[in-house]
Ligand binder design. Sequence first.
Ligand code: ADP
Ligand code: MG
Length: 326
Amino acid sequence: MGELRIIERIRARTSASNAVPLGIGDDCAILRPPPGHELLVTTDFSLEGRHFRRDWHSPASVGHRTLARGLSDLAAMGAKPLAAFLSLALPKSAVRNSSWLDGFLDGLLALAAAHNVPLAGGDTSQSPSDDILADIVLIGTAPAGRALRRSGARAGDLLYVTGALGGAAAELTSLSVTPRRFRTASPTDDHPHLFPQPRLAVGQTLLRRRLATACIDLSDGLSTDLAHLCAASNVAAELDLAQLPLHPVAATLDERAQITALLHGGEDYELLFTASPSTKIPRSVANVPITRIGRILKPQKKRPQMSIVSDGARFELQPHGWEHLT
Ligand code: ADP
Ligand code: MG
């Protein structure tokens, strides 16, 4: 397969859409955003050896995860996906034999179909090394001035999370020990690491119903992403350890590892958001449970930016770490 054959193979699996009057095949794609909307753009690398390993992740998982990371960024801002662009660098072996590419497209295009995201273009090249590199660009839309941001949290707001935490980290640990057990994993089962589900419907509902004051997606882990939200909003936050929803996949870990997975496990791709205490937040949105996990405080010099309360004791929470407060 040459570059043209690869592009043709990808194009054959995509279809026209109202939002994309011109997709793969010309020098540029043409997009048609709804009137009165702004464009939101996010881009994410998926690099072999850094974000995935071919001996751990099936091609379909790599395709799914590549798109999921971009979609989760759109979800965090309450945006609706308009189109995706995929740049791929494939090593010689994967150019000659299309089976890796076909599996990758199976995973990527199944998730794209589930969320109605047209693949509108990209770039294809032979990788200069033996590594596969994929870059995804997602374009989304939101009503002008309404996109959710990290910076809107205010002291007194309550802190919520979608779904459950720690599952992706726990599954990654099992994957590293027994990769063969996961060879046939499919997105229809609950696989928080291999097939994370971006929370687009929740994000769009938060925006449409004006429920959230700030929002971020959990890609780096709760402690790190909460720190980002606090910094952007110039506030402090307090978590209630007992309220953090543990993913069932993490329930087999010992207690200490569970707490680490909850607080610091990355790649859950859930949404962390704040809402005014006078806003009634539903217990679930689009079949995704929502849990109140803490509150936003005024920043004070003598108080850490983030703390956890557990059994009446208070701990300082640092990104990727925690310490007892005296
Ligand atoms: P150009 O050299 O003008 O950039 P290309 O030959 O790179 O054109 O691409 C031809 C068409 O195929 C373009 O519409 C481009 O967006 C699309 N395309 C190339 N690679 C990919 C890919 N990996 N995924 C989706 N579309 C692609
Ligand atoms: Mg090109």
